[in-house]
Ligand binder design. Structure first.
Ligand SMILES: C[S@@+](CC[C@H](N)C(=O)[O-])C[C@H]1O[C@@H](n2cnc3c(N)ncnc32)[C@H](O)[C@@H]1O
Length: 282
């Protein structure tokens, strides 16, 4: 496995993904009842934006750091900025990834399992998150964890599936594991991340998601480059299964704000729309 998230931490795709994750965690906390969170591809939890790797790629510079410079007073982004620990006028030195955001959101009654296949990353996550007995980090395959951990005892919560898409058959593996997880726990809130490198890849991702034939899928996409200008990602998307009430409108505002501040002139789009209805036609 070559993938190291430190090169990408805090890029526009992380911003979009984590802003949505923060809103979903907040929605779960509207009720006192305990929730469970499973992060199947957790990464190292906290990333040093001053590291050689982060500086070399410059992705955080064009992502979260630029957003903080230009959009720090955006009301739509206030929850996200608070969650990542951004302070007005101060340069963000450490970027919290999904594992750290989930761990920080837990209340005494909540619980999370963070799964990471690369031992060094998993150990970094273990060191970085304050567990207080509520978080378990596992060095394991995230797809196997879907089967092992679901449904959770709490019967409410979320699952983030955020693979690196390095393997050519990633989608096949993800599809199989997700459908099994959904069969076991159809009421869970699932967030599935997907990359968008060009129009063809986007179309393929949406077709694949529709082919799951599952109701209540919201797709939240943000693209900030034109295909010709982008060396890597043009954009990225999140398929959100069973989105909490009010998320569609809220994410629409958040993604529009991120796009306004980060997109190259005239490039990209922000689109938050239902991919499948409340019920699937028979
Ligand atoms: C995109 S990064 C995760 C970023 C993190 N979710 C975040 O938002 O901050 C993907 C991670 O998945 C890990 N990984 C790759 N294959 C895996 C697998 N089968 N099971 C668990 N983790 C895996 C990689 O080592 C990498 O740290």
């Amino acid at each position: 496995m070559n993938y190291r998230h430190l090169y990408h931490a805090g890029n526009f795709a992380d911003v979009a993904k984590h802003a949505a994750l923060v809103e979903c965690l907040a929605a779960l906390k509207r009720k006192d009842k305990a929730f469970f969170a499973l992060d199947t591809h957790a990464g190292g939890a906290v990333y040093d934006l001053r590291s050689a790797e982060a500086r070399k790629s410059g992705e955080a510079e064009r992502g979260v750091l630029r957003l903080l410079e230009r959009g720090s007073s955006e009301p739509a982004l206030a929850n996200y900025f608070a969650a990542i620990g951004a302070r007005a006028g101060a340069r963000l030195a450490r970027y919290p990834g999904s594992a750290a955001l989930i761990a920080a959101a837990l209340r005494p009654q909540d619980r999370a399992i963070l799964v990471e296949a690369v031992p060094a990353e998993a150990r970094a996550a273990e060191r970085a998150v304050r567990s207080r007995g509520r978080v378990r980090v596992e060095i394991a395959d995230g797809y196997a964890a879907l089967k092992a951990q679901l449904p959770p005892l709490e019967r409410r919560g979320l699952v983030l599936i955020d693979p690196p898409y390095e393997a050519v058959d990633e989608w096949r593996t993800l599809r199989h594991a997700f459908l099994e997880a959904y069969r076991r726990w159809p009421t869970g809130l699932y967030l599935i991340w997907y990359p968008i490198r060009d129009v063809g890849q986007r179309r393929a991702a949406l077709t694949r998601l529709e082919s799951l034939r599952i109701p209540k899928i919201l797709s939240a996409e943000l693209a900030i480059y034109t295909e010709s200008a982008a060396a890597g990602l043009v954009g990225s998307g999140l398929a959100i299964v069973n989105p909490p009430f009010g998320l569609d409108a809220r994410l629409g505002e958040i993604y529009a704000a991120i796009h306004r501040h980060l997109a190259a002139a005239g490039a990209g789009y922000a689109q938050v729309a239902r991919l499948t209805d409340e019920r699937m036609a028979q």
